[in-house]
Each structure stands twice: as structure tokens, then as C-alpha cells.
Design a protein around this ligand. Structure first.
Ligand code: ARG
Length: 575
């Protein structure tokens, strides 16, 4: 592990144990970046209180323990430890990182099996912008976990079942399979649904047919199931177009929709009832997890079976959680779903714990996704009030990217390729760069800007480094240094680069891809400073300096590429 913050933490902990006894070995050394040094450790203040000693005295004792540390340690103020690393240490660590195919990034041990439940659009409706974010954030988390050595089971919990399918199948029969498939593949799911709905509400005969169809579907009638498959396959082909455009790693093998749990629902209810976890209340089978009350102070039910005998969203989620724990043997389940479902998931997790279906050893986490807003600060909609088609939105991003790079003199095919990378990168990065639970304003101008914390800026930064290598006629892989640090900008860049491993670890543990975004952005900024102040290819730069700076360029390139790749943001060769 090259990350200085981690190395420092370990060293300070050792110092604490040595100076004050082993019981302090696990104390958080409170290492923070500092204005006056590379880092500061604030632990002396909190520890002093516990030890009933003067903070400066405690700080001095720690400093003494750190006497062989590769850097300078100073006590300042009430008892801060200001720590400055030696240039030679930073250079050696950067050199090691450069030589390591994993860039000094460790793996999680023991490795975990993680289910990531994400994307999950509903088949009866068009995939809308809300699902864009669950898809993008979930996919970044999947990539991060895999990079750190975890086994990821992607589960696309499609809304592919339920009573609306009665009217959807009848409408499909009315307009003919071919026409239906054409519409659904083209992403007209909403229109399809609305047309069915109008008939359902206005045409008694249709309504009756639809109701009967629900029953035949649930009874497993082969012809009805075939029609359901026709509907679903066409719908999934449309979802796949979107995933393909975005470069999302979900495949058909990851589909684990609501329908998958059909055969388990009755047993789910029976088992919950037998164990006493669920009870009948006004004809419905309900779990009342402790601590959940409604506005009237009455206990809030999680309805497992409605009074008419029907199963619902919660039934499926209870079956799914048991399947994931019992069959998939997960250690961790991440539900990347809109924040408006927070209560649902808290109740499902609580109910599953009550039933002992979710042991303490397994963590279930709702990665809450904030709502997408329009520029007016209201829920994102188009002028007509309909929610925007995802495909149109993505196409608009690509078109705008195309216009932005039109004058760069690339041929048609290259321009298209770059526009695709920039457009999709911009949409994805905009979603990822703010914390996932914050509301988020969709603003094309901002996300496509070539300055600031945006995909185009970062894509450009890495493309610019590649162009340095092209101009110097050097293969980045052969730029192996040795790295020597002289200028402050070189040192700052190297120190920044060493932080990759820690940020990946944090972003993965906390499900916070925006931390990785902030890190990549800071890295690109540090590179810009370096590049302005430290000529690389210029005549007169001595060969050793040139070799060292090229190595720093190569390391930066790999860090940017790796980071963007883990976010799922494409990295074009040129821009
Ligand atoms: N289809 C649901 C929706 O669009 C999301 C499903 C999330 N996953 C789950 N296990 N409930 O709101």
C-alpha cells in the first residue's frame, strides 16, 4: 500500500501503542491533509483528554516515537503533529506504484460476495431518467467492487410482473404481435401502456378480458406466458440499447426481475406466518417491524399479502432477500434505488432480520439515489409534462458533444466516436460526481463544459497526456523514470497520485463514487499545475529530468484511465 495517509495512520498507531500502551493501538490517529505540511495528525488532543495529560506533551511523545519516520514531524499549536514527507520517500513510492500493474491498489481480504441490485426499470412503462442514475451509480459500484477483488452478482430487479400485464397482453393481441414488438423495441413502452390504460378505463369488455388474462398469466397458461415473453423480450431489447449506448456492464444474464420470485411467494408468506413474523391484520398478512409507526402512532405494516390474496412489491423483496442470503450466500447487498423508497427498504430489512432471513453477518444497504431535477428545480420533465425518454436524452448529449468538437478537424468517424465518448461520459460523470443521495439538476451545458469537474475536462486531460507521448515519440509503458522530485508541482502531483488506493477503498466501502470523481479531478488539476510549471519535452530539459517527468506523465495517465474506467466513463485516445 503506497497511500501516504494509510502508511502514516499505521505508523502513528504503532507509535501510540509504543508510547502509551497496546490498548491505544486501534485509536484513530486522525490524519488529515494540512495547510502547513503534507498531513497533520490530531490524535494527541483527544488522547490527552483520556490520559489526563497535556496535549503538547502527548504530541511530543508521539513525535519522539516517529523519529525514524521518512519525513519531518513538528508539534504545533495546542498539539497538532505536522508531518511532511521526504521527497525521496514520495519518489520511491511513486516509482513502486509505476512498476505495479495494480498501481499499488490492494484487494479486499477476505473477499466478499456482493449483490448489487440496480437499474431495475419497469417493463410496463418507459425506462425514465430516474432509472438512469440507479443504472450509472450501480454500474460504477459493480466495477469498483470487482476491481478490489470482490465477487459481484449484478441483479436487475426488473418490474416485469403484476396486474398491469393483463391489459398489456390484451393490448398486444389487439394491435398484433409484430406491431407491439416494433413499438416496444423503439422505446414506446409508455405510449403502449397508456393506450392499454385508456381501453381498460373506457371499455368494459376489454377490462374483463384484461382481468381474465391476469388470472391465466398467474396460473401459468403456456400461450399467455409466451405472449408475456414476446412483450418482455422486446422491452429488454430496448433496455439493452440504452445499456449499450451507455456502456453499462449489465447483460441478460443479470436479469433477476420480479417474475423470477413468483414460485417462491406462497412459501415466503407461509413461512413468515408460521414463524409468527407475519400476522393477519384486517385480512392482510403483515409484518410489523418494531419502531415503525404511522402518523397516527399506530404500528406500520409491511404488507406481505393483500386482503384479496394478491402479492406485492414487499412480498417479492422478502423472497429476494432470502434468495440472496440463502442461495447466493452474499456478504453484502446494495440496493441502488431512489431515495423515495427509503421507508420500504428499512421495513424490508427489519422484517427480514426479524425472520432471521438476514443474519447480522450480512449487511443490506439502501444506496439512496436522489431525484433528478430540471433546471427549474422541479422534478425532471419535458414541456408536455411527460417524463423525458431516456433515449432522446442520451441522443441530445451526443449531439451536443458533436457540435462542441465539430471544429477540431477530425474525420467523420473519429468525430462520432469522440462525441459518443464525451456525450455519454458527460451524462454518467454528472450523475456520479455529486453524492448519490443529493438531488441533482440535469444541465447539459454544465455537464458538457470542458472546464471544471466534468467528464470532458478529465477526458481531455488524459488525451493531452497521450499527445505528449505522441509528440515525444515515447511509449508510455517505457517511461519508467527514475522519478526524482525537485519542483513543488512535481512533488504535489506525485503525492496526489499516491492517494489512489485509499480513495478506491473508501469509495467502495461507503458506496460513494463521487469521492473517486473528486480524486480524479484533483489529480487532473495537479497535473495541469505540473505541466504549466515543469517542461517535459522542451529543448534544454536534461535527460534525467525529462525521464522523470515522462514517468510522472505515464503514472498520471494510468491513474486517470483507471479511475475513469472504474466510473464507467469512456477514455478517448484523442480529443
Ligand atoms: N422497479 C423498481 C422501481 O422502478 C425498483 C426495484 C428496486 N429493487 C428492489 N429490489 N426493490 O421503482
Amino acid at each position: 500500500m503506497t497511500d501516504p495517509q494509510i502508511v502514516l495512520s499505521e505508523r502513528v498507531q504503532q507509535a501510540l501503542a509504543h508510547a502509551f500502551g497496546p490498548e491505544h493501538a486501534d485509536a484513530d490517529p486522525l490524519i488529515r491533509p494540512s495547510q502547513f505540511a503534507d498531513f497533520q495528525a490530531n490524535v494527541a488532543m483527544s488522547l490527552a483528554k483520556r490520559l489526563r495529560r497535556a496535549p503538547r506533551e502527548v504530541a511530543e511523545a508521539i513525535k519522539t516515537e516517529l523519529s525514524d519516520f521518512p519525513g519531518t514531524v513538528e508539534v504545533s499549536g495546542p498539539g497538532f503533529l505536522n508531518i511532511t514527507l521526504d521527497d525521496s520517500w514520495i519518489a520511491a513510492e511513486a516509482q513502486q506504484m509505476l512498476a505495479d500493474p495494480r498501481l499499488g491498489v490492494g484487494t479486499i481480504t477476505p473477499s466478499q460476495t456482493v449483490v448489487i441490485d440496480y437499474s431495475a426499470p419497469n417493463a410496463a412503462k418507459e425506462m425514465h431518467v430516474g432509472h438512469l442514475r440507479t443504472t450509472i451509480v450501480g454500474d460504477a459500484l459493480a466495477r469498483l467492487h470487482e476491481h478490489l477483488g470482490n465477487t459481484v452478482v449484478r441483479q436487475n430487479h426488473l418490474g416485469d410482473w403484476g396486474t398491469p400485464f393483463g391489459m398489456l397482453i390484451e393490448h398486444l393481441l389487439d394491435i398484433g404481435e409484430e406491431a407491439a414488438v416494433g413499438q416496444l423495441e423503439a422505446g414506446m413502452g409508455t405510449e403502449f401502456y397508456q393506450a392499454a390504460r385508456v381501453k381498460f378505463d373506457g371499455d368494459e369488455a376489454f377490462k374483463l378480458r384484461a382481468r381474465v388474462r391476469v388470472t391465466t398469466l398467474q396460473s401459468g397458461d403456456p400461450e399467455t406466458l409466451r405472449l408475456w415473453h414476446v412483450f418482455m423480450d422486446a422491452t429488454v431489447r430496448y433496455f439493452n440499447k440504452i445499456y449499450g449506448l451507455l456502456g453499462v456492464t449489465l447483460t441478460d444474464a443479470d436479469i433477476a426481475g420480479e417474475s423470477m420470485y413468483n414460485s417462491m411467494l406462497q412459501k415466503t408468506c407461509d413461512d413468515l406466518e408460521t414463524s409468527g413474523t407475519a400476522v393477519l391484520s384486517e385480512g392482510a398478512l403483515c409484518v410489523f417491524p418494531p419502531g415503525f409507526t404511522g402518523s397516527d402512532d399506530k404500528p406500520l405494516p409491511l404488507i406481505i399479502r393483500k386482503s384479496d390474496g394478491g402479492y406485492g412489491y414487499a412480498t417479492t423483496d422478502m423472497a429476494a432477500i432470502r434468495y440472496r442470503v440463502h442461495d447466493l450466500k452474499v456478504d453484502r447487498i446494495l440496493y441502488v434505488v431512489g431515495s423515495e423508497q427509503a421507508l420500504h427498504f428499512r421495513m424490508v430489512f427489519a422484517a427480514a432480520r426479524m425472520a432471521s432471513w438476514l443474519p447480522d453477518s450480512v449487511s443490506a444497504e439502501h444506496v439512496q439515489i436522489g431525484m433528478m431535477l430540471g433546471k427549474d428545480g422541479r422534478r425532471f420533465k419535458t414541456r408536455s409534462g411527460e417524463s423525458t425518454k431516456l433515449m432522446d436524452l442520451l441522443q441530445e448529449a451526443i449531439d451536443r458533444a458533436m457540435a462542441a468538437i465539430a471544429d477540431r478537424g477530425y474525420d467523420e468517424a473519429t468525430t462520432r466516436e469522440i462525441a459518443h465518448a464525451v456525450g455519454m461520459g458527460a451524462v454518467k460523470y454528472a450523475d456520479l460526481s455529486v453524492s448519490h443521495d443529493s438531488e441533482y439538476v440535469l444541465d447539459f451545458d454544465r455537464m458538457l463544459a470542458f472546464t471544471g469537474n466534468t467528464a470532458p475536462y478529465l477526458q481531455y486531460a488524459q488525451a493531452r497526456i497521450r499527445s505528449i507521448f505522441r509528440r515525444g515519440e515515447v511509449d508510455p509503458a517505457s517511461a519508467t523514470g527514475p522519478i526524482r522530485l525537485g519542483e513543488p508541482a512535481e512533488r504535489a502531483l506525485a503525492l496526489q497520485l499516491l492517494g489512489l488506493g485509499a480513495v478506491l477503498e473508501h469509495a467502495t466501502a461507503a458506496s460513494e463514487p463521487h469521492r473517486l470523481c473528486a480524486y480524479i479531478y484533483a489529480t487532473a488539476t495537479a497535473f495541469t499545475d505540473f505541466f504549466e510549471q515543469c517542461p517535459v519535452l522542451k529543448e534544454g530539459v536534461d535527460p534525467d529530468t525529462r525521464a522523470s517527468r515522462l514517468a510522472l506523465c505515464a503514472l498520471t495517465l494510468r491513474v486517470l484511465e483507471t479511475g475513469l474506467d472504474l466510473l464507467g466513463v469512456p477514455v478517448p485516445e484523442r480529443m
